[in-house]
Design a protein around this ligand. Structure first.
Ligand code: GTP
Ligand code: MG
Length: 303
């Protein structure tokens, strides 16, 4: 394996921040592939997602995390606990903030609650700079850097791929020396069944504009691989109430067909083969109280 090269570096870079600041968009842009799902709504990412890349002799393992918000339910607590403990297990942290919103106090609360390992590099990454004016941006930088000592400050737009090279150069040079941690062609540790479920969940969010999606859980029920490489996937879209079932199905099943088609296209592209998806909608009360679902997502059921 090439990791036996001399002078290699490797490590984990946790990306943390409030919900909806663009953490998953950033990780996908850095790695150059869609690994973590993205939506315009809050609380999209539910578990840690690894995005692995190699630059020069450094293997950078980005850890996308669920966004920070005020937890109410068991799933919320599990998501936030997973996010807040990520930096402790990592070598470097990017704290991603959105300068647009008046979320200054919440950003600070997040930084206070996070268990940063002593001595590990901490970078403030201001995202969505395409949406703010220069004076506004300058006043935000001053406020954040006064509130907390960051080792570096970066200004980026994950969506427009601006400023990403500086971030990669920083990680490449700063991660500790050591052998690579994953095979050189591995891009994530997410099992294909979970990735397929995540892609469908993203399409549900995209095609349903109502408030309901946060009650949704997608499960890959079966996965068949044929000799010619084609894959046939059967999925269940769990909703919590009967009324939500109709919304996901749409009139005459139009909505679920639209969702399935979009998921099929994207998965076919990502996997480089023909994918067939059959989706069903099922009312499952309290899916978020089922311990097994947490295990699949790598979340702690009892926090
Ligand atoms: N204009 C602009 N929008 C962005 C940028 N980065 C992300 N977004 C948008 O912000 C929204 C949220 O992006 P996500 O990547 O899902 O945010 P997140 O922080 O992962 O959200 P959670 O997983 O819910 O915590 C999406 O609509 C993105 O397209 C950016 O640089 N500029
Ligand atoms: Mg996310």
């Amino acid at each position: 394996m090439t990791s036996e090269l001399n002078n290699t570096r490797a490590g984990f870079v946790s990306i943390i921040g409030l919900t909806n600041v663009g953490k998953s968009t950033l990780m996908n842009a850095l790695v150059g592939s869609k690994i973590s799902i993205v939506s315009h709504k809050v609380q999209t990412t539910r578990q840690r997602v690894l995005g692995i890349m190699i630059r020069e002799k450094t293997q950078i393992v980005f850890v996308d995390t669920p966004g920070y918000f005020k937890p109410k339910k068991r799933l919320d607590r599990a998501m936030i606990s997973s996010a807040l403990t990520a930096p402790k297990d990592g070598d470097m942290t990017f704290v991603l903030v959105d300068p647009l919103k008046s979320h200054f106090e919440e950003h600070l609360e997040l930084i206070e609650k996070t268990n940063f390992p002593k001595g590990s590099p901490l970078a403030l990454v201001i995202n969505k700079i395409d949406l703010v004016s220069k004076p506004e941006l300058l006043s935000r930088i001053e406020a954040f850097t006064t509130a907390h000592p960051f080792d570096e400050v970066f200004l980026i737009s994950a969506l427009k791929a601006k400023g990403l090279d500086d971030l990669l150069t920083y990680a490449t040079k700063t991660l500790p020396e050591g052998p690579w941690l994953f095979p050189e062609d591995q891009m994530t540790d997410m099992p294909s069944r979970l990735l397929a479920a995540e892609i469908t969940r993203e399409k549900v969010y995209k095609f349903l504009h109502q408030e309901l999606p946060y009650a949704i859980h997608v499960e890959t029920e079966s996965w068949e691989q044929f000799d010619n490489g084609d894959v046939k996937i059967s999925q269940i879209i769990h909703v919590s109430r009967e009324s939500q079932k109709g919304m996901v199905l749409g009139k005459g099943g139009t909505k679920i067909r639209e969702i399935g088609e979009a998921a099929r296209k994207e998965l076919s592209y990502l996997m480089g083969c023909d994918v067939h998806i059959k989706s069903h909608v099922r009312v499952t009360k309290n899916w978020s109280e089922n311990k097994e679902n947490y295990e699949i997502m790598g979340l702690d059921f009892n926090v």
